[in-house]
Design a protein around this ligand. Structure first.
Ligand code: HEC
Ligand code: HEC
Ligand code: HEC
Ligand code: HEC
Ligand code: HEC
Length: 186
């Protein structure tokens, strides 16, 4: 850490304690019609604990399903969104699975019980940071530049990219996006 960043951090502590914590995190913003199960309060953890071993490589790789077919709020809201069970059932009412049919049975069980799948959240920024997916999608920033080659991943295991302030700010400088404290902290 350079001295400059140390200064910024110290200055920021004062700024944030006066501003950011007054602002509730946008938990309420998730679109209820999506019935998403975003495990809002869970910390980022080892995703081997996911309730269903969902293979991104099969869906986004082998079968080339578009990321935004499932993460359909990415272009219009802050969160990318996790698809509801109904989206899964669009295919898995008929596709039973050849390698791991027991995982598909679990999907169908959640559907029959009318329960959302309790996915464990992997990527999360601190509560005092605002991250708008739609602004990045609109600017043409690839999902892969932040999440890696998801279409080659089986179960997404861990954070591919540490979500530090330096990482955000470096790209913003390169891409001439704003580096005003207030665009990310408010
Ligand atoms: C068939 C639906 C589907 C498709 C297509 C899909 N995903 Fe996902 N994605 C999911 C589900 C379900 C989860 C939650 C389970 C998990 O984390 O593995 C998820 C989780 C994620 C996460 C982790 C979210 C978190 O918890 O922080 C990222 C990142 C992600 N997807 C990116 C992508 C990208 C990039 C693509 C395209 C290359 C893609 N996804 C395609 C369904 C899909
Ligand atoms: C557009 C169609 C489609 C959607 C939507 C879809 N899947 Fe799949 N899924 C597939 C196909 C095709 C396979 C590969 C089946 C095979 O290999 O036999 C698959 C495989 C799987 C597998 C591995 C099973 C195996 O035997 O390999 C799991 C688990 C799974 N899907 C879960 C989900 C979940 C959870 C959702 C919703 C978030 C979802 N899928 C949405 C088409 C889809
Ligand atoms: C500029 C970096 C960046 C790009 C580009 C990006 N993401 Fe994210 N993504 C993040 C960050 C940071 C988080 C954590 C956000 C938070 O905690 O509020 C995240 C969280 C997620 C999540 C967790 C659930 C949610 O609702 O946010 C999913 C799913 C996801 N991203 C999918 C995608 C997909 C799909 C794309 C491409 C359409 C994409 N992301 C593009 C940085 C990015
Ligand atoms: C790979 C490059 C990249 C990374 C990494 C990145 N951003 Fe961005 N960000 C952009 C671009 C490009 C824009 C669009 C600028 C525009 O619309 O003019 C943007 C826009 C934004 C905006 C809207 C700015 C405004 O003027 O209103 C916010 C807020 C933001 N990013 C937050 C973040 C946060 C928080 C992180 C880290 C967790 C992050 N970004 C990481 C490239 C990136
Ligand atoms: C492009 C987005 C972005 C901008 C612009 C930005 N920050 Fe941050 N900031 C972040 C992220 C992301 C974190 C969370 C880092 C983490 O959790 O590791 C953070 C964390 C912090 C922290 C907490 C200390 C820490 O390291 O976690 C302080 C203080 C802070 N920022 C102050 C500022 C100040 C002051 C400015 C303006 C000079 C600023 N930030 C501009 C994204 C941004």
């Amino acid at each position: 850490m350079t001295k400059q960043w140390l200064f910024v951090a110290l200055f920021g502590v004062a700024l944030l304690s006066s501003l950011a914590f007054v602002q509730a995190r946008e938990n309420g913003e998730a679109d209820p019609s999506q019935e998403t199960a975003q495990a809002q309060d869970a910390p980022a953890i080892d995703a081997t604990e996911q309730p269903i071993q969902f293979p991104h490589d099969k869906h986004a790789g082998d079968f080339q399903i578009d990321c935004q077919y499932c993460h359909f709020s990415a272009e219009r809201s802050s969160s990318a969104g996790i698809p509801p069970v109904a989206t899964c059932m669009g295919c898995h009412a008929v596709i039973s699975g050849s390698d791991a049919p027991e995982e598909i049975t679990k999907v169908r069980d959640y559907w029959e019980r009318r329960e959302a799948i309790p996915w464990v959240r992997i990527y999360r920024v601190s509560d005092h940071v605002q991250f708008p997916h739609m602004r990045h999608v609109a600017a043409g920033v690839d999902c892969a530049s932040c999440h890696g080659n998801v279409e080659e991943m089986g179960v997404i295991q861990a954070v591919e990219q540490e979500l530090t302030m330096g990482w955000c700010v470096n790209c913003h400088i390169e891409e001439r996006a704003s580096i005003d404290c207030a665009v990310c902290h408010y």
